[in-house]
Design a binder for this molecule. Structure first.
Ligand SMILES: Cc1cc2nc3c(=O)[nH]c(=O)nc-3n(C[C@H](O)[C@H](O)[C@H](O)COP(=O)(O)O)c2cc1C
Ligand code: SF4
Ligand code: SF4
Length: 295
């Protein structure tokens, strides 16, 4: 198969998943092209791929706006096969509605659905996940990637079911429409800034400039968190979301290489926020054992 992976990423969790997926597919003999969406990305050529994989991080129970805008410009022919690999920090059922805009567009173009997969990845906002939790997440993601690759080859196309209530709530919560533009008025770098230029170099919107030695934020902000997440001195203030800021690279490749933690992080005793992961991880383990005969 010739596979085209089209994805948006803020803090590189989706890029990391895309790297792993590309590796998995290449090892199985498929050819993989990839396009990372940002304000400067050319429109990908979809004419000679067999299947398109759409990757995105969930933002407020939705797909990111720049992702939606980019997909709108893609040339999708009737009968084009596509699948979705989305990710987010938790597995609340509301997240099931996040692909509703993409699915509607693909239906209009008469594209053919080839599966939807929800990966957990560590939060880049709200709070930082523990190292052992991230190790467990990455182990489950590895299994889900193998399931995805197997499904693509066998033609199995699992759906993630949403419902009218989730769809309405997800549309209502679409925080990005005004959020990025308004919140960006309150972005600033404080005196911990060492003028390294990393934020300006990496902003996917080209929204940050260093002018006469000081960092200036414009109003084309996706709320992707890349600037504040990777700032080496944690100097960036992110307006209304300041109390939810996460600063610091999770070093995913290193944690992946360490494998699952010695003791399971999520168990039947997990409570509160952590309780939602049990069912999700059990389902991955179940399907993995069914397909590959081991856990
Ligand atoms: C503005 C914003 C909104 C988010 N909303 C959600 C959400 O509704 N549900 C969730 O589980 N995670 C949410 N997250 C967390 C991200 O989906 C998650 O950390 C993801 O792995 C980030 O991927 P990336 O590094 O490719 O951008 C949000 C993150 C941001 C920046
Ligand atoms: S990444 Fe941080 S330290 Fe570097 S220029 Fe931007 S605000 Fe300053
Ligand atoms: S200003 Fe920061 S949060 Fe906004 S798009 Fe650029 S990197 Fe992302």
């Amino acid at each position: 198969m010739r596979v085209l992976l089209v994805y948006y990423t803020g803090t590189y969790n989706t890029r990391y998943l895309t790297d792993r997926l590309a590796r998995e597919l290449t090892e199985r003999g498929h050819s993989v092209e990839r396009t990372e969406i940002d304000a400067f990305a050319p429109i990908a050529d979809t004419s000679d791929c067999d299947v398109i994989g759409f990757g995105y991080p969930i933002y407020g129970f939705n797909s990111p706006l720049p992702f939606n805008r980019y997909v709108d410009k893609l040339d999708i022919r009737a009968g084009q096969k596509f699948f979705i690999y989305k990710n987010s920090g938790e597995t609340f059922a509301m997240n099931n509605a996040s692909s509703r805009i993409l699915l509607r567009r693909m239906r209009r173009k008469k594209a053919v659905f080839a599966g939807e997969y929800h990966f957990v990845m560590p939060y880049n906002i709200h709070f930082a996940f523990d190292t052992d939790f991230v190790r467990e997440i990455l182990e489950k993601d590895g299994k889900l990637l193998k399931i995805l690759a197997h499904d693509l080859e066998s033609g199995c196309a699992p759906e993630i079911k949403s419902n009218a209530a989730y769809n309405i709530a997800s549309a209502a919560i679409s925080i990005q429409k005004v959020g990025g533009a308004v919140n960006s008025f309150f972005y600033r770098a404080d005196d911990r800034c060492v003028k390294c230029g990393l934020c300006a170099k990496n902003c996917p919107e080209g929204n940050i400039k260093i002018i006469e030695g000081s960092v200036k934020f414009g109003h084309r902000c996706d709320m992707c968190m890349r600037c504040s997440f990777f700032c080496p001195t944690d100097a960036i203030h992110i307006g209304f979301l300041q109390n939810w800021k996460v600063n610091g690279d999770y070093r995913l490749a290193k944690l992946e290489a360490m494998g699952a933690p010695e003791k399971p992080y999520i168990t039947a005793e997990s409570r509160g926020f952590y309780s939602c992961f049990k069912k999700h991880f059990d389902e991955i383990d179940r399907r993995y054992a069914e397909l590959f005969g081991k856990n």
